[in-house]
Design a protein around this ligand. Structure first.
Ligand code: NAG
Ligand code: NAG
Ligand code: NAG
Ligand code: NAG
Length: 709
């Protein structure tokens, strides 16, 4: 008896010691363990409820720390169009909110951190006082992937400054019809430009180290990077007549050659997640497409991050949405979706998915695949080691450095479509010294209008929605102190009888919109834009600047204008527009979209047989910075060749004192665009100076004298 109890005491002691050991050491929490060992260890400890919680993304406005703990919620997203931004929340407030939810997750049994996502698609556009970068349609015109990468890095910092480690960007849609309300989220109609601009991904996530596994999700583990999301898989930009969320009718080769290539680039660059498109491919909803999500993306392309649905995306598998939610869940999860943006009715989602697994309709292996992918991204993000916001980053939100970068992006995104009624008399760059200048138009003094959709609110908003520089303010900042600037939003004819202007700048365009709300059949600008153009341009020499998410109908008014600039949706840094209008910098942007004459021509993309645009893909006139011309350059121009319809001008600039231009940067363009500034790089200038050689800068400009008969 006595010996037995001693023995039993020893056994109990042993068990107790093991238990203590177990409590102290959890393999999945050990950063020294390999990734797969941590994932396997954690999954082996998880109940079905905990696994399904990881797959459930809910909206901030239905989230509390208690709900996260009770339902083992693994992820949520923060929106902006509700109470938070109306109170102009600071970076610290955002971080407090994120951390409070995170504490809820960490207090759950296994302490798995939540991943918070957000739609930061042109800067941290949810947050008041963030830097708002130009929308993708403008960035495509820059033809500058390195600039886009820098924007990714700045956006990552500003997203982190709001306590968030994950953004649903980039949108790598190839918009084939500008009537689509999301066309401004697309870099180009040309997949090659979209592919080049996937450089946003290493900007957001960091550069993959040399010895990193191929095609594996990557996020730099310093807390200045965020997980990205290539979206919307796949064919979102190809729907019939540009109708949002509609059907992309194209054969497999078309899908593969136009809409798919940028996914290969994104995966190669380590994109952490992919979002599925609301749209259909040949009548089949993408959210239910097993062959493309599991068969192609996961099995063929070997994507190892997680696949996320769009918000209520599985609901829309049925028509009307949500009529058979159990079926939607079944179809979506079986197709290969790992994380579902529910986002409100999460109890229903959790109950229905649980019962589908318990009834063996959805196999446990499918759930484990989803959870493995989600945990992989969380571990790569180092969320287990650093779940809380980094307070040191608060100052990054809307920092001066980021605003300078955005201003550079604005300058490079502007496309000059017309310059002078005849080319011998260009209107741009504008003289800073003038007696009296008129600025007109609904978009001249409106931050909300120049930022467009997805800014502070889902659809954006006209008016003073956030901090920035309007184009009017920028013009006033730029002109000579002696120049009088008069602003009149929509002057009538009468107004010009009593005023005498040296020239006018008209800034008009589209009002903000996003998604299906922006679908447009007529592609006209907001009233009274056309009458503002007519009234002003018939009275005084004028440059028209269009603020829009896409090409708009302009041909009937083109004759009246002396100059025309496409400024897209430039964001908060309107100073970039004035920088180029006034010649502190030259125009360099090239159309990344075809500019149609009429909507009847659509869809019409470069390479189409019926191609007859107002301005072709790749078009964009250039100007020379005025200081360059004025002070330090000998300028000559000659007509190099002439046909009935085209003249090729050649401009020669000879720099007399290159040491005065250390800020001149190289612009590289595709060879087939007609007229780049062929500026020399700093290095080349230095080399030339050492060689004591004289050198020349050339640019050529193609002028369309009249349209082909
Ligand atoms: C959350 O936001 C949605 C969408 O705007 C709204 O319909 C819903 O009523 C909100 N829920 C709560 C609890 O505030
Ligand atoms: C929902 O869809 C499933 C699968 O197609 C079907 O069996 C079921 O009858 C549907 N339920 C309703 C209420 O339509
Ligand atoms: C906006 O952010 C800048 C830079 O962080 C800060 O200096 C400024 O006070 C902020 N403005 C407002 C109105 O919050
Ligand atoms: C926005 O702010 C500017 C500058 O403070 C002001 O001139 C303008 O009238 C304001 N616009 C609106 C719509 O409130």
């Amino acid at each position: 008896m006595a010996r037995l109890s001693v023995c039993m005491v020893m056994v109990f002691f042993l068990l107790w010691a093991i238990a203590i050991q177990g409590a102290e050491y959890l393999k999945y929490k050990d950063p020294k363990q390999p990734l797969h060992a941590r994932i396997n260890d954690l999954i082996s400890r998880m109940t079905l409820e905990e696994k399904i919680g990881q797959m459930t993304q809910i909206e901030r406005n239905v989230t509390t720390p208690e709900i996260i703990k009770k339902y083992h919620i693994g992820t949520e997203y923060f929106d902006w169009w509700r109470e938070c931004t109306s109170s102009h929340a600071s970076a610290e407030t955002w971080m407090d909110m994120a951390d409070e939810f995170q504490k809820g997750a960490l207090s759950d049994r296994l302490g798995i951190p939540i991943i918070i996502g957000t739609d930061a698609i042109h800067g941290q556009n949810n947050a008041f006082n963030a830097t708002i970068f130009p929308h993708n349609v403008g960035l495509g015109a820059t033809r500058d992937p390195q600039l886009v990468k820098k924007i990714g890095a700045a956006t990552a910092l500003e997203v982190r400054a709001t306590g968030i480690p994950y953004t649903f960007a980039p949108c790598i849609a190839v918009c084939r019809d500008p009537r689509w309300g999301r066309c401004f989220e697309s870099y180009s109609e040309d997949h090659k430009i979209v592919q080049a601009m996937t450089e946003l991904i290493p900007g957001l996530q960091g550069d993959i180290p040399a010895n990193y596994p191929m095609n594996f999700p990557y996020v730099n583990n310093e807390r200045i990077k965020v997980a990205g999301c290539a979206k919307h898989f796949v064919g979102d930009g190809g729907t019939i007549n540009g109708i949002d969320e509609y059907d992309t009718i194209i054969d497999w080769n078309g899908l593969k050659n136009i809409h798919m290539p940028a996914y290969l680039d994104s995966i190669r660059k380590g994109v952490a997640t992919v979002m599925v498109s609301y749209s259909s491919w040949n009548g089949k909803k993408m959210h239910a497409n097993y062959n493309l999500i599991t068969g192609y993306l996961k099995n063929k392309l070997k994507f190892k991050g997680f696949v996320i649905s769009d918000s209520e995306g599985i609901d829309r598998i049925t028509s009307p949405p949500h009529v058979n939610y159990t079926y939607s869940i079944q179809a979506g999860i079986q197709a290969g979706i790992d994380m579902v943006i529910v986002p409100f009715k999460f109890v229903e989602f959790i109950d229905d998915l649980t019962s589908l697994v318990k009834k063996n309709v959805i196999p446990m292996s499918r759930i484990d695949d989803a959870v493995e992918r989600i945990l992989r991204v969380k571990l790569i993000l180092r969320l287990f080691e650093n779940p809380m916001a980094d307070r040191n980053l608060a100052g990054q939100l809307g920092s001066q450095e980021h605003r300078e970068l955005a201003r550079e992006a604005v300058r490079k995104s502007l496309v000059l479509l017309k310059n002078g009624k005849n080319t011998d008399e260009p209107l741009l760059p504008l003289p800073k010294k003038a007696r009296k200048v008129l600025v007109a138009g609904s978009h001249a003094n409106d931050i909300g209008n120049q930022c467009g959709g997805w800014t502070i609110e889902w659809h954006g908003h006209s008016g003073n929605t956030t901090i920035g520089t309007t184009i009017l303010t920028a013009i006033k900042n730029t002109v000579d102190p002696g120049t009088e600037v008069i602003y009149n939003e929509n002057p009538d004819r009468e107004f010009f009888n009593s005023n005498d202007f040296s020239y006018a700048i008209v800034i008009v365009g589209e009002h903000p919109y996003s998604e299906y709300v922006g679908d447009s059949k007529d592609l006209t600008i907001a009233e009274p834009g056309y009458s503002t153009i007519t009234n002003v341009c018939e009275s005084v020499k004028c440059v028209v600047t269009i603020i829009s998410g896409r090409p708009v109908v302009i041909e009937p008014y083109l004759e009246k204008m002396d100059a025309l600039v496409a400024a897209w949706l430039p964001g908060t840094e309107g100073q970039g527009v004035a920088d180029v209008l006034y010649g502190n910098y030259g125009f360099t942007g090239k159309l990344a979209r075809t500019w149609m004459r009429t909507v009847d021509q659509l869809p019409m993309n470069v390479g189409d047989p019926h191609y007859d645009p107002l301005f072709p893909f790749g078009y964009g006139l250039t100007t020379t910075p005025t200081e360059l011309i004025a002070a330090h350059v000998q300028y000559t121009t000659e007509i190099n060749s002439q046909t009935e319809n085209h003249r090729l001008h050649q401009h020669k600039y000879k720099l007399t004192s290159p040491q005065k231009f250390p800020h001149i940067t190289v612009h590289t363009y595709e060879q087939n665009t007609n007229h780049p500034y062929d500026f020399l790089s700093k290095k080349d200038i230095k080399k030339k100076m050492e060689e004591k050689e004289k050198y020349q800068i050339f640019s050529a400009e193609e002028e369309i004298v009249s349209s082909a008969p």
